[in-house]
Design a protein around this ligand. Sequence first.
Ligand SMILES: [Zn+2]
Ligand SMILES: [Zn+2]
Length: 101
Amino acid sequence: MKKVIFITTLLIFGFALHGLGQTVYSSAKGEKYHTADCRLSGDAGPLTMAEAKKAGKGACEICKPNDLGKAKLNQCTGKTADGTRCKRKTANKNKKCFQHQ
Ligand SMILES: [Zn+2]
Ligand SMILES: [Zn+2]
């Protein structure tokens, strides 16, 4: 039984680490970190979530970067100017990226 708990702990820990390795976006002076799709990410550069947290940044309340990397991303259902399906991934409920909603 102890072994099961040990493995479970390892798994949870592994997931947590994976989450912290998630790439988020934040500008140098930004107090929040964002997902790639967030309309507030602006000129933000990529960094890992662990780095963002270390720098004292908080998760954006609009794009909600998720600690466990579980934010479910859907491909945007919008169409680009040439009529092809938008390739952006979005966590928005309406399945539209920031450009198409
Ligand atoms: Zn955001
Ligand atoms: Zn789109």
